[in-house]
Design a binder for this molecule. Structure first.
Ligand code: IPM
Ligand code: MN
Length: 372
């Protein structure tokens, strides 16, 4: 298959982890005889210093033209510590999500048994966790009107949703659930928010056309507790932009490290793949960042294009790195391996399962059952 992939390294550790996932994609290209081409572009703080804009026109053009976008991470300390900065790296990401109409962010939280020791929760509570968060990505409070009074002492953020914005992601969530454990949990705050009540109304209506899928509704405050107490109860979690952002980071406590969590953001015509983690500027250039979230994001990219065997080969190589304890220090404090070493190990272990007999027996088709 021919694929053109836009590469947005971004800031902090973004370019370092992205480099590792590109190595893996190149290994897949070679092993399975595909034709991938890569085009680099700037996004975030680096783009602001180069062009004055967090999303330069050139970047947007490259991303729109590409089949898929693979993103590192964005954000820089100077902006985090300066709430009055008018131009901010995150704006580039939001604008890109909006321009590419990436309305559904799919964030799997699946336990890797070989490294559960690292999870903060005890093993009993997390064993069997295999949930996917469907986070609405282009609406809600992230994109509503933002105001600050002239004296700078009062501010507001509008949270707005339309029926269409809710229903398009709800359909994706129900379709995914049909191929999984047939359970959708809508997470909202319908006892307080008008937007949440609209979500409940629209999603409850849509659920009627998926009679084999069970719908539960849960308040966000309870959901945060349930996710810690018994994460294995969830299959698909469907939620809005802000609640989805918060709940997905909570997934890192279940899994053991935020450095393990990939995501796919999809729309009708475009798709972007990126770790959930931030740019961790303190670790930039130190060769300590965990590349696995970025590598698993590349695996999701492959399964998005139905390259299931290829995607499985990447996930198998990641599992092998866990089994052999070729991991970064966030997974095992005593580890002596860095970003590069882990990335090379995983890329070098990508093999064609047909040729090697290395069958993936754990049904780890990341994305296979989550992306439609
Ligand atoms: C994420 C990130 C972003 C978000 C930040 C970097 C603005 O936390 O993708 O989860 O809040 O959407
Ligand atoms: Mn987040």
């Amino acid at each position: 298959m021919q694929l053109e992939i836009a590469l947005l390294g971004g800031d902090g550790i973004g370019p370092e982890v992205l480099e590792q996932s590109v190595k893996c994609l190149k290994a897949v290209e070679e092993t399975f005889n595909h034709d991938f081409s890569f085009k680099e572009a700037n996004l975030g703080a680096i783009a602001i210093s180069n062009t004055g804009k967090p999303l330069p026109e050139e970047t947007l053009r490259i991303c729109k033209k590409a089949d898929a976008v693979l993103c590192g991470a964005i954000g820089e300390i100077e902006y985090d510590n300066n709430p009055s900065a008018i131009i901010r790296p995150e704006q580039g990401l939001f604008q890109l999500r909006r321009e590419l109409e990436l309305y559904a962010c799919i964030r799997p939280v699946k336990v890797f048994p070989s490294i559960t020791r690292n999870a903060i929760l005890n093993n009993k509570a997390i064993i069997g966790t295999d949930l996917v968060i469907y986070r609405e990505l282009t609406g809600g409070i992230y994109f509503g009107k933002k105001e600050i009074s002239d004296d700078g002492r009062t501010a507001s953020d509008l949270c707005k949703y339309t029926e269409n914005e809710i229903s398009r992601i709800a359909h994706l969530a129900f379709k995914a659930a049909k191929k999984r454990k047939r359970k959708v949990t809508l997470v909202d705050k319908a006892n307080v928010l008008a937007t949440s009540r609209l979500w409940r109304k629209v999603v409850t209506e849509i659920a009627k056309s998926y009679s084999d899928v069970q719908l539960n509704c849960m308040y966000i405050d309870n959901a945060t507790v349930q996710m810690m107490k018994n994460p294995a109860q969830f299959d698909i979690i469907l939620t809005d932009n802000m609640f989805g952002d918060i709940l997905s980071d909570q997934g890192s406590i279940i899994i053991g490290s935020v450095g393990l969590l990939p995501s796919a953001s999809v729309g009708k015509n475009n798709a972007m793949f990126e770790p959930y983690h931030g740019s961790y500027p303190q670790a930039k250039g130190k060769n300590i960042a965990n590349p696995v979230a970025s590598i698993l994001s590349a695996a999701m990219l492959l399964s998005h294009f139905d390259l299931i065997e290829e995607s499985n080969s990447v996930v198998s190589a990641v599992r092998k790195s866990f089994q052999k304890k070729i991991v970064t220090t966030d997974i095992m404090g005593s580890s002596k391996y860095g970003t590069d070493y882990v990335g090379n190990f995983i890329a070098n272990n990508i093999v064609d399962s047909d040729n090697s007999g290395n069958i993936n027996d754990e049904n780890i088709g990341l994305g296979k059952s989550t992306i439609i």
